[in-house]
Design a binder for this molecule. Structure first.
Ligand code: ATP
Ligand code: MN
Length: 465
């Protein structure tokens, strides 16, 4: 018999029908006469109840039905008498596909997230991680749907690259050489000429530069792929390997860019509310009691928009009046810490905030320079619980100004020639941003640690599984 997924069985009213269900045992309880098995197959957070009359089955078989075991059950779909469930299965045949011993790491309920991380290969079987990863899938679908509906093209930028987009030098090197065998030149510098690519290459920190090439040809594009940053920041919001979505649009200015960012996030959150109800209700109950309220709030309210300079004034005022004690000092020019961003969002405005026009010293070389000579047309979207969820800008389209900034910062020009060609041949105003996919998932699931919203997190000193 062909198996039916539990999500479909639970919404079916074809009572009396013979069905086959397969899945993993969550619990088994019962009396001398009858056993109740809660079975889950990952298609939904909900379990289906399998009712097994003890007299119909071998005692040895029933003993094998332990938490974590995998079963195939043929039985009759019946209307459930128990509260809170629509249908259940009266078992006729049970086959144990895989037994599961007491050393199953997800045996006990209520383990800490830290414990789960150490068993990340098995945590996928739990309710919480099932919910998180079904939502993660849904958010990926929402991302593609959002851009597709608006005529953006999904553009694949390379993962191996010879340029450092952010200029922050936080890159993982790619080489086929045993590092001890690398040739050195007369000055003792490593000579990569006989390495695979014949030069230094790394894993990309962003697809933006190639994205700009595409935007100035196809008009509007987005990337959605893995990015790598060797930043040694052990925070609940940083991964060494994370997924980023980067739209880039010709002829958009910073205001269009802000509108796009706000629409985009709201679309994704609305998608979750419409398509992930069961999982969100579970997370709202078990992980974060104000999750649904927060998601609805973001969808229903406009984001606040103000300049970095105005933001600094608010923060300085709060510190001066003793309303808030910050660990890191606030002054014009400082790269805002998460505590500053969260104060603006969670305590001052109580709304998502878009900060614009940052000091050029703390932002990347490609951002459009303002008339004041001090600031650039950057925009960061700041969210409750998260801090920065999006970083973006209008790009500097003037060849001369861009080259001047590159020289000022001492960025090696020879690596940038192809990027500068966008400004040399038919340059145009354009804008874009990067959204960290896992930061979006953190927000939408209410989970607290970014390690718990990617299946197998990569962080300093951790590349297990
Ligand atoms: P942060 O200040 O939080 O480190 P950033 O300024 O380095 O962020 P950008 O370079 O602007 O971030 O990258 C765009 C987006 O990518 C960020 O807004 C964030 O959502 C996400 N992001 C950046 N670094 C990481 C990371 N290490 N892990 C997960 N997401 C990240
Ligand atoms: Mn960073």
């Amino acid at each position: 018999m062909k198996r039916t997924k539990i999500v479909d069985l639970l919404s079916s009213t074809e009572y009396g029908k013979e069905v086959c269900v397969k899945g993993w045992v969550r619990t088994r309880r019962g009396s001398k006469a009858v056993n109740f098995i809660a079975l889950n197959d990952g298609s939904t957070i909900k379990n289906i109840q399998v009712v097994a009359d003890v007299e119909k089955f071998d005692e040895e078989l029933l003993k094998q039905i332990t938490t974590g075991a995998c079963l195939s059950v043929n039985g009759t779909l019946v209307e459930s008498e128990g509260a809170g469930q629509s249908s259940e299965i009266q078992a006729n045949e049970i086959e144990v596909l895989g037994t599961c011993g007491a050393d199953y790491p997800m045996q006990k309920k209520g383990q800490t997230f830290e414990y789960m991380r150490q068993h990340a290969h098995m945590r996928l079987r739990t309710n919480t991680f099932g919910a998180v990863f079904r939502i993660r899938h849904n958010m990926a679908m929402a991302v593609h749907q959002f851009f597709h509906e608006r005529g953006f093209f999904y553009f694949h930028t390379p993962i191996i690259t010879a340029s450092d987009c952010e200029g922050a030098g936080q890159m993982f090197q790619v080489t086929t050489k045993n590092l001890y065998d690398l040739k050195k030149d007369e000055e003792g510098k490593i000579d990569y000429s006989d390495d695979f690519f014949g030069k230094t290459t790394s894993l990309t920190v962003s697809g933006q530069l190639e994205g700009e090439l595409a935007a100035t040809a196809l008009g509007a594009i987005y990337t959605f792929g893995p990015t790598f940053r060797a930043e040694n920041s052990n925070t609940p919001r940083h991964l060494a390997e994370f997924w980023m979505i980067e739209p880039e649009v010709a002829f958009n200015d910073i205001h269009d860019n802000m509108d796009l960012a706000e629409d985009f996030i709201k679309y994704c959150v609305r998608w979750a509310l419409n398509n992930c109800q069961d999982d969100l209700e579970f997370l709202n109950k078990m992980v974060d009691k104000s999750l649904l309220e927060r998601l609805n709030f973001v969808v229903d309210n406009d984001f606040v928009r103000l300049t970095y300079t105005e933001g600094i004034e608010i923060l300085e005022q709060a510190a001066k009046e003793g309303k808030k004690q910050f660990e890191f000092p606030v002054y014009w020019g400082v790269d805002l810490a998460s505590e500053h961003e969260r104060y603006l969002v969670e305590e001052h405005f109580k709304k998502p905030v878009i900060l614009t026009d940052y000091p050029k010293e703390i932002k990347a070389f490609y951002m459009k320079q303002n008339e004041d000579g001090k600031t650039v047309r950057a925009m960061d979207v700041l969210f409750p619980q998260i801090g920065e969820i999006i970083g973006g800008s209008e790009r500097e389209e003037s060849y001369d100004k861009l080259v001047a900034r590159i020289n000022e910062l001492g960025i090696p020009m020879k690596d940038m020639w192809w990027y500068l060609d966008t400004r040399k041949f038919g340059t145009c105003p354009h804008s874009g941003f990067g959204l960290g996919f896992e930061r979006l998932i953190l927000f939408v699931t209410g989970m607290q640690n970014i390690r718990d919203v990617i299946p197998f997190p990569r962080t300093p000193k951790n590349a297990e599984f």
